[in-house]
Design a protein around this ligand. Structure first.
Ligand SMILES: *[C@@H]1O[C@H](CO)[C@@H](O)[C@H](O)[C@H]1NC(C)=O
Length: 165
């Protein structure tokens, strides 16, 4: 459950993307590709989109709203604070989609997430997520250091073997 959120969080950190525009794709990398390839209903079921839209707001959206209300507004952009509510909402939406015969994710769910993001994370700037952005530099450094050491090692090995000859 936690891992479910941690992996996207890691991707978010590595990609250093901003919360507003890119988080959908970041949180659900499979989103864009998957839902287009699927029919609207689960096998043998009809996807009740109207129920999905209605209940996603009055059930999952409400649960999320209550959780967000327990966090002070200035902390809404702190990823650590929103991981749990966000995860709970995601699970809620997954279950709901299944109950009303729809695949998850789907376009209605995507719209729902866009609404959630624009109403709760609209003011989250890159600066506020700087902490999340930081690993990007680290990742680059950790990639470049070993790579740049390889030629030096190769040179040393050749030089060493020449000396021994
Ligand atoms: C974002 O900022 C605007 C203007 O300062 C404010 O009206 C709005 O309530 C803020 N939204 C959130 C989710 O904090």
């Amino acid at each position: 459950m936690i891992l479910n959120m941690l992996v996207p969080a890691l991707i978010l950190g590595i990609a250093g993307l901003d919360f507003n525009s890119c988080s959908l794709k970041v949180f659900f990398p499979a989103f864009a590709e998957d839902f287009q390839n699927q029919g609207t209903g689960l096998p043998g079921k009809r996807c009740h989109q109207n129920l999905l839209v209605e209940y996603s707001h009055i059930i999952c959206g409400d649960i999320f709203h209550r959780a967000m209300m327990s966090i002070s507004r200035e902390n809404w952009c702190v990823l650590d604070n929103i991981l749990m509510p966000y995860n709970t909402m995601t699970i809620c939406l997954e279950k709901l989609s299944d109950r009303v015969g729809c695949y998850y994710p789907n376009p209605n769910i995507q719209d729902f997430f866009i609404q959630i993001h624009s109403s709760y994370f609209q003011n989250c700037s890159n600066e506020e997520l700087l902490m999340v952005d930081a690993p990007q530099g680290l990742v680059i450094a950790l990639t470049l250091i070993p790579v740049s050491v390889i030629p030096i090692l190769v040179y040393l090995v050749i030089w060493k073997s020449k000396v021994q000859e």
